[in-house]
Design a protein around this ligand. Structure first.
Ligand code: PGA
Length: 242
């Protein structure tokens, strides 16, 4: 299995429900990611599953945006972690706030999906985050801890897991927490919730070409999960010069 501890910084592109056959061909033609001098930089791309085959370069890792809570059987429309593994996915985003909020995905379901990823040697990228109401009530850390405790299997191997801290109020809004808040939350996850300073924790929410540099270099931030800016190649080609 891939050794993510070897990576110093990780950037993930989350296309969400965007793209087309022609868009993805052009995207991978024009994407400029050169880590030949810096193998510690890791780029992971998560297009809609049918376009994953367009990722041909061997320095870009393949990622899905979700997997089924089921393993196989009569579940029309679902895609299992086993199938994702079979088509070459090394990573899978699990528990994105859009799925939690729009599709009512609860922690128990997310836990099952994480287990399915682990069993199929796919590294799960668990998304956690508070909404604005929680933030205003000063409940951010409680909410994050609850999500972490209830979404992760007790015996999870922290070497094979990525956590993405994505404040819901920051996703797609252009508003990001202060640098101090981001550092404080990442430190809290690594040191207080888990006592695992090596666990990979990425930041996501309105990451753009004009703010990525400051964010990615923060000491407790192991990388970035990029949504909107990842499907704009002018923006993303700048971000992946990290
Ligand atoms: P955004 O989305 O970068 O468009 O804010 C991030 C995400 O939802 O993963």
């Amino acid at each position: 299995m891939l050794k993510i501890q070897d990576f110093r910084k990780i950037v993930i592109a989350n296309w969400k429900l965007n793209g087309s056959h022609s868009f993805s061909r052009e995207y991978f033609d024009k994407l400029v990611f050169d880590n030949s001098n810096n193998k510690e930089n890791c780029l992971i791309i998560s297009p809609p599953v049918p376009y994953i085959f367009q990722i041909k370069s061997n320095n870009i890792y393949k990622c899905a945006q979700d997997c089924s809570e089921h393993t196989e059987g009569a579940y029309t429309g679902e895609i299992s972690a086993k199938i994702l593994k079979d088509i070459g996915c090394q990573f899978c985003i699990i528990g994105h706030s859009e799925r939690r909020n729009l599709l009512n995905e609860k922690n128990e379901i997310i836990l099952k999906k994480i287990n399915n990823c682990v069993q199929n040697e796919i590294i799960p990228i668990l998304c956690i985050g508070e909404n604005l109401k929680h933030k205003k009530q000063n409940l951010t850390k409680d909410i994050l801890k609850d999500q972490l405790i209830n979404c992760l299997p007790k015996n999870i191997d922290f070497n094979n897991l990525i956590i993405a801290y994505e404040p819901i109020w920051s996703i797609g809004t252009g508003i990001i927490p202060s640098i101090e808040e981001i550092s404080d939350i990442h430190k809290y996850i690594k040191e207080s919730v888990f006592s695992e300073p090596k666990i990979k924790v990425l930041y996501g929410g309105s990451v753009k070409a004009n703010n990525y540099k400051e964010l990615i270099e923060l000491p407790f931030v192991d990388g970035l999960l990029v949504g909107g800016a990842s499907i704009n190649l002018d923006e993303f080609n700048k971000i992946i010069k990290f």
